[in-house]
Ligand binder design. Structure first.
Ligand SMILES: *Cc1c(COP(=O)(O)O)cnc(C)c1O
Length: 444
């Protein structure tokens, strides 16, 4: 016999509720987490004691919503995207968790993958060619010129029927000479991806780096001009590309903008990665973004002042500067030989000038191709060897070897680089210039 149910007893029919109250609040993130974050800042003991005392008295109902979506207040990451897009005049900006993921996202969003070749300079941080391999395309290592960025002539020479894109890198603060590269891309119908990781805030002929090509990839890792520990941004012009980027960066293509919508157009819905930026990085990058103008204008002031103090020397060739809007993080010149570069850099350091170079082959410098064993030997994470063995790839693989870019090698083996600091005064800039004049006059 089934038990008789008195249905009028159910809350749904007006009866008493089984549960009338539950303890509220979200104890997940409290003041303990804030204290851990504060530990990261080298506050004076006095300030820290005051902050701790104030926190002691705080009755925190709920901690911060560190996920960029669904929060009760406007997300720091969305504010960062809005301000970044506005400041750098880009129609779309999508925050991601690193510069590497920004590069991969750009490639995937543009539809680049198996069977495709992407042109990339032989002098860049390893992440640029690595992102191409991760996107399962073939990196075509290409010569640089006296700008230490892509050589347009070498780009034209390396284009094949498989080429889909040119990845331009604004390397070590410099802006690449974009006009001839954009011209080639237009003629040959290729996408242009700008790697801005080392030149955030720089411009070329009045346009912000990252907005000249189809996509811009930006990095906020600790060593970059805009630093958030880790982080990145994808900028682009096309709405569909922006949506594909957003889909790739969030596993289930949730932000298209209706997360539960079916595919409206082919190429919209697919399985992605998780490259989302978290609110902590968003908050730090937001503050950093506001300081970028100061860094860029002072870098440029310092570089102009040092350059103005240099005496022309017949055996010193300055790095060509395509546009003075470059981020100006360093001053580079070429000496006649590698031995000269080593000697000059040593002498400059003795003068108190932080000079270095890429000439020391015993140091594994991930910034130029001779050390990219993973690419040169076509090493892959899984044993089938994709993308190099990909059946969709109908081209002929580049002849990967340490001598494949002799011009790049020649420039880098003779380059002396002096890192510049935005804080230097006019007197300090004059002293640096004088030191360079003294050393080059005596040794070259
Ligand atoms: C740092 C860097 C990257 C990668 O950025 P991460 O945020 O470290 O992943 C890509 N390209 C260049 C030129 C870089 O210097």
């Amino acid at each position: 016999m089934p038990e008789t149910v008195n249905s009028s007893n159910l809350a749904i029919y007006g009866g008493p509720k089984a549960v009338t109250s539950l303890t509220g609040g979200d104890p997940k993130l409290g003041l303990e987490e804030l204290r851990e974050v504060l530990d990261l800042w080298p506050l004076s003991a006095e300030t820290r004691a005051k902050v701790d005392a104030a926190l002691e008295a705080e009755q925190l109902a709920a901690g911060p919503h560190l996920f960029r979506y669904y929060g009760p207040t406007e997300s720091k990451v969305s504010q960062l995207e809005k301000q970044f897009a506005q400041k750098f005049e880009s129609p779309y900006a999508l925050a991601v968790n690193s510069g590497t993921s920004a590069l991969i996202t750009s490639l995937v969003a543009l539809g680049i993958g198996p069977g495709d070749e992407v042109i990339v300079p032989a002098y860049t941080f390893f992440a640029s060619p690595a992102s191409i391999v991760t996107a399962r395309a073939i990196p075509v290592l290409t010569e640089i010129d006296d700008t230490l960025c892509l050589d347009p002539k070498a780009v034209a020479d390396n284009i094949t029927d498989q080429t889909k894109a040119i990845m331009v890198v604004h390397m070590a603060g410099m802006c690449a000479d974009m006009d001839p590269i954009l011209e080639i891309a237009r003629e040959r119908k290729l996408f242009v991806i700008e790697d801005c990781a080392q030149a955030e805030g720089g411009t070329y002929k009045g346009k912000h780096l990252g907005t000249l090509g189809d996509c811009g990839a930006h990095s906020f890792d600790f060593y970059k001009l805009i630093a958030a520990g880790e982080g990145g941004m994808v900028t682009c012009k096309d709405e569909f590309v922006a949506m594909r980027a957003a889909s790739w960066h969030d596993t289930a293509a949730c932000w298209r903008p209706d997360r539960y919508a079916s595919e409206r157009r082919e190429g919209e819905l697919f399985a992605g990665e998780n490259y989302r930026m978290n609110e902590m990085a968003g908050a730090v990058a937001l503050a950093q973004l506001a300081k970028n103008d100061w860094f860029i204008s002072n870098n440029q002031r310092v570089k102009q002042a040092v350059l103005a103090g240099l005496k022309p020397h017949p055996r010193v060739q300055l790095q060509r500067i395509p546009d003075s809007g470059e981020a100006s993080t360093g001053l580079v010149f070429f000496t006649p030989t590698t031995e000269d570069a080593i000697k000059v850099a040593q002498a400059l350091r003795a003068e108190g000038i932080g000079a270095g170079g890429t000439f020391d082959q015993t140091v594994r410098d991930w910034h130029w191709y001779v050390h990219w064993e993973h690419i040169l030997e076509q090493k892959t994470a899984t044993s089938e060897g994709c993308p190099y063995t990909c059946p969709y790839y109908k081209g002929t693989l580049p002849d990967y070897n340490v001598d494949m870019c002799p011009k790049t090698r020649d420039y880098l083996m003779r380059a002396v680089r002096i890192g510049l600091a935005p804080t230097w005064t006019a007197e300090e800039c004059a002293a640096i210039a004088q030191g360079i004049n003294k050393v080059t006059a005596a040794l070259l």
